[in-house]
Design a protein around this ligand. Structure first.
Ligand SMILES: Nc1ncnc2c1ncn2[C@@H]1O[C@H](COP(=O)(O)OP(=O)(O)OP(=O)(O)O)[C@@H](O)[C@H]1O
Length: 713
């Protein structure tokens, strides 16, 4: 609570002059509001009872002048405070937003998006609401003190009684204040959780619809609401209690003073004017107390909002800045990973003692299965994370000693799914170099081979790309992202699975564009698709966080038991038509599948013709766990995840499969329910074989039936 008040005070004191003027205006209002009830004493005791007409007129005139002054300063105060309060609140918004830009990548993995959004939506709004009420809070608090002083001046015995009774009004806040604060904090935490659930639900709509999860989601949300309702009830009830007990206290206090005051007036100890003034002040005092108790819940809410605001503001980036860091001169020689070991969490190492050197002007590719550590290499190259041991060096300087902006300004990056902001194509490209001229933007679009397409749009470069670039196709989005990356003419270009999510025809076209624009640069490409890495000067094959092999494509193919060679054979043997809708599989490739390995050449040739090509978009469920199995699937390109239900019925990822992998082999032999759910992680091309066709083939090789049956058990 005190921290909140301290922070508020320091925020106001940044604007000293306005704060002083504000307090002065409040003093004028305060003086007048206190004088109003006191005026009864002067009017009755000094003017009406002794029949002093001139004095009466003077007092009344003074009151009119005071009222006008009060209204004028009130309006001035409102205008000034509206500006000051808004500036202070927008500063909090800016601070929070700036903080978000400075936090490291791990923070965004650790904290839910909904929780972050709720700091803006709930916490800052509750602070904003309270700040608007600050003048009333100050008027009420100072008014309370001033009125008590005036009461003593009027009749100290009666004032003493009132003051002794005053704590009655404060019992509520004392008894329930801390509890109300806790309840309000818990409520805010829960609101943040709800925001996360809703946000996740909106993003996950395709999955929810595909899995028919709506009833489950509604049920879970209802459970969540049950908890929220309890927290809301508790918080509201505690706030009502504070209000109620304070009103009760005020009522008792009024009753006491009216009784005692009337008796004192009856026995001539108190003048009529003083009694009236006393009662009027007491009524205004009870209004002030009521105002304070009305403000208390808002204050409590703002305090817990401020607590959550401070938690985020005090969050430290895990990749610390270094004040002594030097600007990186234009990249000249090489990038080096020197015995780099890295883990996202203590339980599992993602890179283990990795060392390599990338020379300027070369094209280097990192390949490997899903989870082998490819993206982690990029995360460390970009300094999204720091390694636990070892170092990443640019031209011999440890990345930790390089000023980050000077490093990142020399790097262009194209991600698998490039994020486009809801803005025009021009603005999206210009993000690569905000100071770029229109000509430079157009030149970058030409290089990315999207310029001609942009000109066909009615608004050309000013076309709004829609939310997340939704009005463009995947390939067009990727070309805009390439234009964005090359606009800054980066010395180093990083391609993080830049074409993996595209259909084959678009991928081929974009790969050609990339080959043209990468010829003169240092290129670091991460891909699970080996064909994209074939022309690299050096290919690093990652396996479980270590570099298993490295060399040129041909050299790696020579290693007899090499992983690269195995993966190449797994991914090769498919011929995809130009439009991507038809795939031919070779007999040699079929032989690599265990179920076909014993079949004769002539049978395999027929088998190859029975395969059908199927294409699916991202986020589609291909197979549901428990469905009858009738087909064998081979992934020609793309990625799927394999999900299994855990004990609570939630889908849990057990594997990721990609180009050349297969599933559903047993479905060729018999109809048993699928043992897992398969969902696409990227656009995907499969070839599939129906059981009835396979059974036909088996009739031509009956000797294999029992062998396969035995093996499948
Ligand atoms: N943010 C994270 N928090 C915890 N573990 C992570 C995180 N990101 C990756 N990992 C783990 O680190 C390991 C390497 O992951 P990485 O993303 O580098 O693999 P990858 O080869 O790029 O895989 P993919 O091709 O599927 O993207 C994996 O075991 C992964 O589960």
């Amino acid at each position: 609570m005190f921290a909140f008040i301290r922070l508020l005070c320091s925020s106001f004191l940044q604007y000293k002059l306005q704060t002083v003027l504000l307090l002065a205006a409040l003093l004028v209002e305060l003086a007048f509001e206190t004088f109003m009830p006191l005026s009864y004493k002067f009017i009755i005791d000094y003017a009406i009872v002794p029949q002093q007409y001139r004095l009466l007129l003077l007092i009344l005139s003074l009151m009119v002048v005071g009222a006008v002054a009060c209204v004028v300063t009130g309006i001035y105060r409102d205008r000034m405070f509206a500006g000051l309060g808004s500036r202070i609140v927008t500063n909090y918004y800016k601070q929070l937003y700036e903080k978000l830009q400075s936090l490291s990548t791990d923070f965004y993995h650790r904290v839910n998006g909904g929780d972050i959004v709720s700091r803006f939506n709930n916490d800052l709004i509750s602070i904003d609401t309270f700040i608007k009420l600050i003048p009333y809070a100050l008027l009420s608090l100072f008014g309370l003190v001033l009125n008590v002083v005036v009461l003593f001046a009027l009749q100290w015995q009666l004032a003493l009684l009132a003051v002794i009774g005053l704590p009655l009004c404060l019992i509520g806040p004392k008894l329930f204040g801390a509890k109300a604060y806790d309840a309000s904090y818990q409520l805010k935490e829960d609101q943040a959780g709800i925001a996360t659930v809703v946000q996740e639900n909106v993003s996950a709509q395709p999955v929810i619809k595909a899995f028919g999860l709506q009833p489950l989601m509604i049920r879970r949300f209802a459970d969540r609401m049950f908890i929220y309702e309890r927290l809301l009830t508790r918080s509201s009830f505690l706030n009502f209690l504070i209000d109620r007990t304070t009103n009760m206290g005020t009522m008792i206090l009024n009753l006491m003073t009216i009784c005692v005051g009337s008796l004192l007036a009856y026995f001539g100890i108190l003048t009529i004017g003083s009694l009236l003034a006393f009662s009027a002040i007491l009524i205004s005092l009870s209004y002030l107390v009521a105002a304070i108790t009305w403000l208390a819940p808002q204050f409590i809410e703002a305090t817990s909002g401020m607590q959550r605001f401070r938690e985020l503001i005090e969050e430290q980036p895990s990749v610390p800045g270094n004040e002594l860091a030097a600007l990186l001169p234009p990249f000249e020689r090489h990038i080096e990973f020197r015995n780099v070991t890295f883990a996202y969490s203590p339980e599992q190492r993602s890179l283990n003692s990795v060392r390599f050197t990338i020379h300027k002007g070369t094209y280097v590719a990192f390949v490997g299965a899903s989870g082998s550590g490819k993206s982690t290499i990029i995360n460390l190259l970009m300094r999204f994370y720091d390694p636990q041991t070892g170092s990443v060096l640019y031209d011999g300087t440890d990345i930790r000693h390089i000023e980050l902006q000077s490093l990142r300004s020399q790097i262009g990056i194209v991600f698998q799914e490039s994020f486009l902001f809801r803005a025009s194509i021009r603005e999206n490209i210009r993000l690569g170099k905000p100071e770029a001229s229109d000509e430079e933007v157009i030149e970058a679009a030409r290089l990315a081979e999207i310029h001609d397409f942009i000109l066909t749009l009615p608004d050309g470069y000013d076309t709004d790309v829609g939310e997340r670039g939704g009005r463009l196709s995947g390939g067009q989005r990727q070309r805009v992202a390439i234009a964005r990356a090359i606009l800054r003419n980066p010395a180093i270009l990083i391609l993080d699975e830049a074409t993996s999510a595209l259909d084959p025809a678009t991928e081929a076209a974009i790969n050609q564009t990339l080959q043209r624009i990468t010829a003169t640069r240092t290129v670091i490409s991460v891909t699970h698709r080996l064909a994209s890495a074939e022309h690299a000067d050096c290919i690093y094959v990652l396996y479980q966080g270590e570099i298993a092999e490295h060399g040129r494509h041909q050299e790696l193919l020579q290693l007899p038991e090499g992983r690269y060679r195995q993966s190449w054979r797994k991914q090769a043997g498919f011929e995809i038509s130009e439009d991507g809708y038809h795939v031919e599989v070779s007999v040699e490739r079929l032989k690599l599948f265990p179920i076909f390995s014993e079949m004769e050449e002539s049978v395999l040739q027929d088998a190859a013709h029975f395969f059908v090509t199927e294409s699916y978009a991202k986020d589609r469920t291909i197979i549901h766990e428990g469905d009858p199995g009738d087909k064998f699937y081979v992934i020609v390109r793309g990625k799927v995840e394999v999900l299994k239900k855990d004990s609570e019925g939630n889908n849990e990822r057990v594997a990721v499969l990609s180009d050349g992998d297969f599933f559903g082999e047993v479905a060729l032999l018999r109809n048993i329910p699928r043992t897992a759910t398969i969902r696409t992680l990227s656009p995907i091309v499969f070839i599939t074989l129906q059981r009835e066709f396979f059974q036909d083939l088996l009739k031509r090789a009956p000797h294999l039936t029992s062998f396969l049956e035995l093996r499948s058990k």
